[in-house]
Design a protein around this ligand. Structure first.
Ligand SMILES: Cc1cc2nc3c(=O)[nH]c(=O)nc-3n(C[C@H](O)[C@H](O)[C@H](O)COP(=O)(O)OP(=O)(O)OC[C@H]3O[C@@H](n4cnc5c(N)ncnc54)[C@H](O)[C@@H]3O)c2cc1C
Ligand code: SF4
Length: 507
């Protein structure tokens, strides 16, 4: 007779996950489920499906070899959703209790909360202690604050964990932030950048690739070549490879974009962190061991993991479910079809989307300042944009995707997460990348058919949303320039934008 049934979800593949803390090998069992509804609720990239299923199967195999008793329900043999599959297994093994770590997504938590009543079994939900900040701690931090900002959260976390803090409680090196040094574009003759470590698919992964080809052929993205890590050991090698080959230059080129370099100096570790193949504490521990790395790279990287990643999760659980329903700018346009194909004349979009189709990866600035910026200034419906981001990236899970897209990128939350929308014209893209030199559009032109669409859409966005944004002190320069603009010029901007938006609707 089974006493505790420990359910391990696809993004909980950590050997010390909290649901296993009191596991007794002679009495308890682990249940892992591949279910169709989770694989199909958005148009997940095929590589993401391979990553998740293969990592789950490797995890199960590894735990089995360590003496854990595992029930593993494979796609095609399992019921459609978690609840049905769990009910099916409970009927067979009759556990006394279900134990599960707090899920990453609100939607899944709501499903879990129904189990006790539906299955008539007690359910214990334990804290996901892989994060640096608990949901309760984050809530406490928000209390009494007029506005929430990442920077002050990050200072609090640095002090709490004593990371890069001197004995007087001040930041080591005298600064909290090295952003000013971290805004370089890639020079023309920059040497080739070492690519992320590529892992050869083993028998399990090859089998999963064949299954995805058969069952999910219509899903987004290229299936092969598949090179992601699918085990803890491989993910650790990817971490070591990043630290050895790219970390030192991570800071300075963090914001750069380049059409020949999809990964630049980024870590490409989010997909492993988000499913538990790597742990945030393990990653920071390894990075902090390195004494000879540039301070702007170390600080810049720590800021992403200890600051942004934790802040984003905090915002998600603090504001859901209302968060996903807001639409501050009342954006109504449909997501253009080229988001799914990359088939557009705008070279920056074509490149960022094309790379996404191929790799299930784009780095932060491509997501924020190219595809995200376009969606913002073209007034695309937040729900459609969020669904796209949730589908196309290997690291996409709602807790991290939604605040980044809905809040940081689209400002659809009206400023809960960030202090201003990240709208930018072609000038910014040209400064930070080499996309414009090969584009059909002219980045220097402000009007007319061959003018860069980012140029007029940018001003059109501020014209349309003037009332909502003009009092924002961070947008003072934008609105003082807008005030100086002639009526005729404003009309031209509106016409060019209208024509362009009609044209892309037909695509
Ligand atoms: C519109 C949009 C959607 C996004 N969707 C996701 C998503 O679904 N999943 C996801 O993990 N990240 C998302 N991000 C954040 C960020 O773009 C990715 O974490 C990053 O690009 C992953 O690549 P990397 O591992 O090479 O990151 P690096 O640039 O090497 O950064 C190091 C690590 O810091 C963390 N990190 C950095 N920035 C953020 C951030 N803003 N939020 C959370 N963690 C961060 C990641 O774990 C990342 O692996 C999104 C950003 C935007 C603008
Ligand atoms: S000209 Fe405009 S559309 Fe073309 S690549 Fe540059 S920013 Fe993108």
């Amino acid at each position: 007779m089974t006493e505790n049934l420990c359910v391990i979800l696809a993004d909980q593949l950590s050997k010390d996950i909290s649901s296993l803390k009191n596991f007794r090998k002679d009495k308890d069992k682990i249940l892992m489920m591949e279910v169709a509804n989770e694989a199909r609720y958005v148009n997940h990239h095929k590589k993401k499906l391979v990553l998740v299923f293969s990592a789950m199967r490797h995890f199960a195999k590894d735990m089995k070899s360590k003496g854990y008793s595992i029930i593993y329900s494979k796609i095609g043999e399992s019921q459609d959703n978690f609840t049905q599959e769990l009910a099916h297994q409970c009927k067979k093994i009759k556990p006394k209790k279900i134990v599960i770590t707090h899920p990453g997504e609100y939607r899944v938590l709501q499903e879990i909360k129904k189990w006790e009543k539906m299955l008539n079994i007690s359910v214990e939900i334990s804290e996901d202690d892989r994060f640096f900040c608990t949901i309760t701690e984050f809530k406490k931090w928000t209390e009494g604050k007029k506005e929430l900002r990442m920077e002050s959260f990050y200072h609090m976390m640095r002090k709490k964990y004593n990371i890069l803090i001197d004995k007087d409680g001040k930041p080591k090196g005298g600064k909290w932030n090295y952003d000013i040094k971290n805004r370089k574009s890639l020079p023309k003759n920059h040497p080739d950048i070492p690519k992320p470590l590529q892992h050869k698919p083993d028998d399990i992964t090859t089998q999963v690739i064949a299954e995805i080809k058969k069952r999910f052929s219509k899903h987004f993205g290229d299936l092969e070549p598949f090179w992601f890590a699918v085990t803890h050991e491989q993910a650790k090698k990817s971490l070591d490879d990043f630290i050895k080959n790219r970390l030192d230059m991570f800071g300075p080129y963090e914001d750069a974009m380049d059409q020949e370099e999809s990964f630049l100096y980024h870590s490409v570790l989010s997909m492993y962190l988000n499913i538990g193949l790597l742990q945030p504490k393990q990653v920071l521990g390894r990075v902090l061991e390195k004494k000879k790395i540039k301070v702007e790279s170390i600080e810049g990287f720590i800021r992403q993991i200890l600051g942004w990643r934790e802040y984003i999760r905090g915002i998600y659980w603090h504001t859901m479910p209302k968060y996903s329903e807001t639409n501050y700018f009342n954006a109504k346009n449909k997501l253009p079809g080229f988001y799914w194909t990359g088939n557009t004349e705008m070279n920056c979009m074509k490149n960022s989307i094309g790379q996404t189709v191929k790799e299930a990866y784009a780095h932060h600035i491509q997501r924020l300042m190219i595809t995200g910026n376009f969606a913002l200034i073209a007034g695309i419906k937040p729900k459609e944009v969020c669904e796209w981001y949730l589908s196309v990236y290997a690291d996409a899970y709602e807790w991290v995707e939604l605040p980044n897209t809905h809040g940081m990128t689209l400002y659809a939350d009206g400023g809960i997460l960030g202090s201003k929308p990240y709208a930018a014209s072609g000038n910014y893209i040209n400064k930070m990348s080499n996309y414009c030199k090969d584009c059909q559009y002219d980045v220097k032109k402000k009007e007319g058919e061959d003018a860069c669409p980012f140029n007029y859409l940018y001003w059109n966005f501020f014209l349309k949303n003037q009332k909502k944004l003009e009092k924002n002190p961070r947008l003072w320069t934008v609105f003082s320039n807008l005030k100086k603009m002639s009526k005729e010029r404003k009309k031209e901007i509106e016409n060019d934008s209208k024509n362009f938006l009609i044209q892309i609707k037909r695509m």
